[in-house]
Design a protein around this ligand. Sequence first.
Ligand SMILES: [Zn+2]
Length: 297
Amino acid sequence: MNLFAPFCRRWLCALLLLAMPLAAAERLQLVTTVKPLALIAAQALGDRAEVSWLYAASQSPHQQPLRPSMLRQLAGADLVVWVGPSLEGALAATLRERPAQSVISFAELIAGPAAIERDSGGDGHNHSHDRGHDHDQRGDHTIDPHLWLQPAYAERLAAALRQRLGLPPRPLLSAAQLGEWQHRLGALQNRALLMPHRSLDYLTDFFGLRPAEALASAAGVDGGLRHQLSTLGAARYRCLLAERSEPDRRLQRFAEQLGRPLYSTDSLGAAIAPGDRGYSALIDSLVADLERCLSAR
Ligand SMILES: [Zn+2]
């Protein structure tokens, strides 16, 4: 229904249209799987895109089932951004049916098409031992799917999205911001922390911190009792860092057992609104959480 129709002369309508921000129908309808990808896309594209995401940020994105509501949301998308089969395996078949131009795989953007094949199980015997590859307890060798936590990768995704819409390059994070974070974390380099799963390796690597020890792999696969025992004794932990999306009752018990404080982090940005600074705010909150946790006395 056109609300202006009863009183709208042609020239008045034209003026109204010019004055309005891009109407919803003209914006790129962009759907991401996990929320951090939506934070990157919204910050990169501003009002050129209407960004939404499929997975609730309060839930683990690992091994999420495919839901009918997701299919409906995907059907209305001009462009879908996902990580790849290592994270959202249940969506792989559905996304394969879309025109290739309407899907961006973050893993493929970073590691090339081989990353997708490897993650799909096309090559189960890839023995690359590069950093950023996860070796979980099943012996899988897949890319660590938390690609959004490597700021350099997030910049590449943002640049690819802006290029697609013909926008000039514009970084997500400023040098001043990166310098400030580096400064805050610089003195905490060799301190150990324990987490439910290996979600922050890219970020700790980026800031030169010691990688967190974890009970489960980057793919969310629990290491089991023996791994748990060896992990508990592996380091003198400064702190334990629970994740909002990965509730793990063991953390509280281990914190008491080790006599170390337990903090919490929102690694999927559940509390952060997408917008001009959403991705910056996500990294800022994670830096603050790491700083608090590793500074514990
Ligand atoms: Zn994860």
